[in-house]
Design a binder for this molecule. Structure first.
Ligand code: PAF
Length: 278
């Protein structure tokens, strides 16, 4: 089992020892309730670093009022076993008072052009909370490399820009989305789906694939979007957005540059998100 570290002094000792031995530190921040997608992030870090650290912290500042902070599944024992299977060296699992010692914590504000679209539009303040906790985690763990999943592509771009803007000495690596056999992107929130919702859930991925294929064939995005919304609604979803954006800055897609189709939709009490490249 990886060692669980819960105090800053213990963390600094463990990181200090690794550094003294000249080890590169790889880091995978998580909120726990781990699935194969998370484990693939640890697997991506391991060959590039001699010490791999994962964090488990359900971050209150990235949940809005009425969101699922209290319900968010906590499963430390199972998470530790899963992390042991991929060779994670230790787990940083700070109590909330260590992460946020002040009643009114310092918070980051993500620039509007990155935060006021896609998930940021439906979840105001969410990315401020993500950036704030990741900056704190980076300053605690001081990793050389940090790995984030491309499922949360907007988060990945925001964190890359944050690292660049603050000149943080950390390399950010994006890891491909891990999917179930039927195409559903792995997510901790898939556990909220009942049996019939689970059967319908891969529709989101299918709609994104159809939209990307249509765009590649030169079809009109507005028509594809309307078709996608119809398909999602027929499968029982409440669509939030279906957008085609630059994969470099989330702006308007530019000819010859990478772009992605992004989607989010509610299915029962789960808000599912996914994206595919063109
Ligand atoms: O992607 C997540 O699980 C979270 O947003 C992160 C990066 C661990 C910050 O709490």
């Amino acid at each position: 089992m990886p060692r669980v570290v819960e105090s800053l002094s213990e963390l600094h000792q463990a990181i200090g020892r690794a550094r003294d031995r000249g080890r590169r530190i790889g880091f995978v921040p998580t909120m726990g309730n781990l699935h194969r997608g998370h484990l693939s992030l640890v697997e991506a870090a391991a060959p590039r670093c001699e010490t791999t650290v994962a964090s488990i912290f359900v971050n209150p500042t990235q949940f809005g009022p009425g969101e699922d902070f209290d319900a968010y599944p906590r499963s430390l024992e199972a998470d530790l076993e899963a992390l042991a299977s991929v060779g994670c060296d230790f787990v940083w699992a700070p109590p909330v008072e260590t992460m946020y010692p002040l009643k009114q914590p310092f918070m980051l504000r993500v620039p509007e052009r990155l935060a006021d679209c896609l998930c940021g539009r439906s979840r105001p303040g969410h990315f401020d909370g993500v950036a704030t906790v990741v900056l704190r985690l980076f300053s605690q763990v001081a990793p050389d490399l940090a790995v984030f999943g491309e499922k949360d592509f907007q988060q990945l771009l925001i964190l890359r820009q944050m690292a660049r803007d603050f000149s943080l000495p950390v390399e950010l690596l994006g890891a491909p989305i891990v999917r179930e056999d039927d195409g559903l992107a792995m997510s901790s929130r898939n556990g909220y789906l009942d049996e019939s919702e689970r059967a319908a859930a891969p529709t989101l991925y299918r709609v994104l694939e159809t939209t990307a294929k249509g765009l590649n064939a030169g079809e009109d995005f507005t028509a594809l979007k309307a078709q996608g919304f119809d398909e999602l609604e027929s499968a029982g979803f409440r669509p939030d957005y279906l957008e085609w954006r630059s994969a470099e800055d989330l702006g308007k897609p530019r000819a010859g540059r990478p772009s992605r189709v992004f989607g989010a939709a509610w299915l029962g009490r789960a808000r599912l998100i996914d994206n595919v490249p063109l």
